[in-house]
Design a protein. Sequence first.
Length: 427
Amino acid sequence: MAQLNAVKMTYAKSGSGEIVCIDDVENGLGCNCFCLDCGGQLKARQGAIKQWHFSHHKENDADNCQWSGESEIHMKVKEYLDRHRKLTVPIGFTRPTSFVIHFDDIQLEKSLRPTKRIPDVTGYCSGEKVLIEVKVTHEVDLQKRIDYKKANVSVVELDFSDFTPVGDRVTDQDIERHLERTLCAWLAVAPVGDIAMRIQDHERAESKKIIEENNKLLHSNKILNNDANYLVNYINSYSYRYEECKKRINDAATRLSVIRNEIHQTKFVRNTNVDAAESAFLNTLQQLEQNHLIKLDRQNLEHLERLRERFIGELKAEHHDLIEDNKALNELVNSKRIELEQIQFTIEGYDAKAKGLLEKEKNLNEGLENFRKKEQDWIRAAKANAVIKRHFVRLEPELRELCRKGGIPWPFNGSLMSELSPDKDAG
């Protein structure tokens, strides 16, 4: 225990063999005191700051000494009892009460005949002997208890195992505070005497109370049994109705489980169909886009061959028209994309309606067909625009050469592409 290690030594043996306190001796080595455990010479330390206490004069004696705070607590408790000569003890073993014993005389460590046991304190009250044992780290062993009982003597044990002093010196206030909150225990009780009579009277009174309480409990138990029998009969009378209700509840729970499974299956099928339709639509749209690009490539090549024979003015006007169509197609694509998002939102809002989903899907397919046609026109125009630009770039040197050979001045201020650009037209 850490608290015991901090306790200072305040008792020692004088040169004449008497037990003395630090308050009753001279300071320093003039105290002429010796350790109660090892017998080594002690020095009285009576300073102005720390608590007064003894310490070993030689360090070797301190290392070999077995003295501990437990010895100090034993000495202080015995001194406290010798000085105050009173002790609060329990009366009875069943719901015990307390009783204060006022001792006429106190003897410390007096041998008990014929057991030769030496209790810590022996108190006398009106001719009755009470032995007191102080427990700090070791309780009274079983054989010692047996010897005390054989001697027909009252023995009480004071439990100081959890005793915690406020400072490093055990005081009367510490002991008194501990005794107030800790109730001692009887190790043995003499068969006759005032204490035995008080305990016997208490136990008889408590036994009488217990019998009366038991009778009341039996009466209450009888009433409760009658009430329980009535309730059992009442419950049994409604058992058939309860079983019927229980069956209905089970049937309802089964139907509810089936409905939940059907809802889950419907949601799964719906999600699967929507995912499949979306995937098929995207694949079809991609394939159509590739096919149209290939077809547009072929058509644009043939168209460029014919464009060689046309007038440059007609090409300029057609190029301007294609740009305008391209803008219109962009606007149309954006509007159709918004319509497609609205249609998709409508499809998600009507998940639980299968018929509505089919109808919306039909409308969506019609809208997608129109969108494909518009998109084909836009792709054709964009592709043609790109091909025309490439051919213009390729044909311009040939046209310049033809004009030079024919003695015709070049009719444009700059290149053919800059002359045919929309910015030029706008200017």
